[in-house]
Design a protein around this ligand. Structure first.
Ligand code: IMO
Ligand code: MG
Length: 428
């Protein structure tokens, strides 16, 4: 048995979709354990970029089983649309998709509440998909689980309770009768669609573990967006860190074998909040251009920054990362100099660990180390020594500052554009 968790080590958008797609070929089960359709995982499928927001990207392999477990929040409408999109590409989810009965559903009122907040004073820069409000309902015990959603009588009762409770806020933007009608209009269509997929996914996992299957847990978002360890309050409402797998999928910590961190050669983030090594000069525009840095979910431009080793040390520790995959090295091609943030300075003091204080996160300044850049294309490289010498130096220095090894280097969006440095622990 091998269980592997892939996690984002930065603020999301590290290229997890491509990595999971690459690893999925040797996995039997691919599992989403947190988040919802706020994720945007871009995969090259039949030579075209294809974005999945909710269904695990392993679905693109016709024989793999995909699980959406209890820690995920599911928008039935979005799930339906994504499944239809897959169907239009001759990918049938029937018999291969398993949805947890204990996952909570996102309903239109969650999206309205998300937008109300975003347009009010508490702006996080969310994806406006209703993620935060749905998790809030789960925690305050007003949530509607998938198992409740598919039992019409239970659903109707819970819907009324929710509408009543939320009416004072919601009626500012939509009459409650209209909102109710909207929700009920397609309710049966979505309910009937979801029903055959609903099961106890923890049991499915347990069976797979007993049969020594290879299981890949696919995280959405990233460590700095983690509700507990990210740049709070500018975070998402779940735990993308590897520790989130146990509660989010229903298995014990002794069942996790390995954690693979996905790290981008520089840093980006969408949304609001502190960004310690942010680039505000032309170099940022250059990176944005080379990396096509627009959010796959929101279409917003991503803020770009230098590689931040402080963030990575924080991520490696929190996730127990034992191997790393480096992505988007190709986007640094042609830059004269490359900077790496090695520490922060705050009020004359040197900080080597990521601070929790909002004030310090906002006010600290990055301490940079400068390395020579590299020219020439890295794309066709098959092994490490094929890379330009300065690119090799940059990667080695990243490893030293992170205190962890890079096992894979991704050099483009296509699945085969990858250098395998070390074959231990991970399956290829
Ligand atoms: P993937 O899986 C990048 C960010 C939002 C916002 C914050 C909270 O593609 O890496 P939310 O809608 O989750 O309540 O928004 O989190 N965010 C992401 N940023 N990639 C993602 O997912 C993200 N999912 C959420 O921009 O700052
Ligand atoms: Mg994204």
């Amino acid at each position: 048995m091998t269980t592997l968790v892939t996690v984002g080590t930065q603020w999301g958008d590290e290229g997890k979709g491509k990595v999971v797609h690459f690893l999925s070929q040797n996995a039997d089960l691919i599992v989403r354990y947190q988040g919802g359709n706020n994720a945007g995982h871009t995969i090259i499928f039949e030579d075209k970029p294809f974005v999945l927001h909710l269904i695990p990207s392993g679905i693109l392999f016709p024989k793999k089983k995909c699980l959406i477990t209890n820690g995920v929040v599911i928008d039935p409408e979005n799930l339906y649309k994504e499944a239809m999109l897959l169907k239009s590409k001759n990918l049938d989810v029937k018999g291969r998709l398993f949805i947890s009965e204990s996952a909570h559903v996102i309903l239109p009122y969650h999206r309205y509440l998300d937008i109300l907040r975003e347009e009010g004073r508490i702006r996080i820069g969310t994806t406006r998909r209703g993620i935060g409000p749905a998790y809030a309902d789960k925690v305050t015990r007003l949530g509607i689980r998938v198992v409740d959603y598919i039992e019409e009588e239970v659903f109707m009762d819970l819907l009324e309770k929710n509408l009543r409770e939320k009416a004072p806020l919601l009626k500012k933007i939509i009459p409650i009768a209209k909102l109710r009608a909207n929700i009920l209009k397609d309710y049966r269509k979505y309910k009937n669609f979801i029903k055959p997929f609903v099961t106890n996914t923890s049991l499915v996992l347990d069976k797979a573990l007993k049969e020594n299957k290879n299981i890949l847990f696919e995280s959405a978002q990233g460590t700095l967006l983690d509700l507990d360890f990210g740049t709070y309050p500018f975070v998402t409402s779940s735990n993308p860190i590897a520790g989130g797998v146990c509660a989010g999928a229903g298995l014990g910590p002794t069942k996790i074998n390995s954690v693979l961190g996905v790290v981008k050669a520089y840093t980006t983030r969408v949304g609001e909040g502190p960004f310690t090594a942010e680039l505000r000069d032309k170099t940022g525009d250059y990176l944005r251009e080379k990396g096509q840095e627009y959010g796959a979910t929101t279409g917003r431009p991503r803020r770009c920054g230098w590689f931040d080793a402080v963030l990575l040390r924080h991520s490696i520790r929190l996730n127990g990362i034992d191997s790393l995959v480096l992505t988007k090295l190709d986007c640094l091609e042609g830059m004269e100099k490359l900077k790496i943030c090695t520490a922060y300075k705050y009020k004359g003091k040197l900080l080597k660990d990521f601070p929790a204080s909002r004030l310090v996160q906002q006010k600290c300044t990055p301490v940079y180390e400068e390395l020579p850049g590299f020219t020439g294309s890295v794309k066709g490289a098959k092994k490490f020594s094929d890379l330009p010498v300065n690119a090799q130096r940059y990667v080695k220095r990243m490893e030293e500052l992170m205190g962890a090894k890079i096992n894979l280097i991704s050099l483009g969006r296509k699945r085969e554009e990858i250098i395998v440095l070390e074959k231990s622990k991970i399956w290829y």
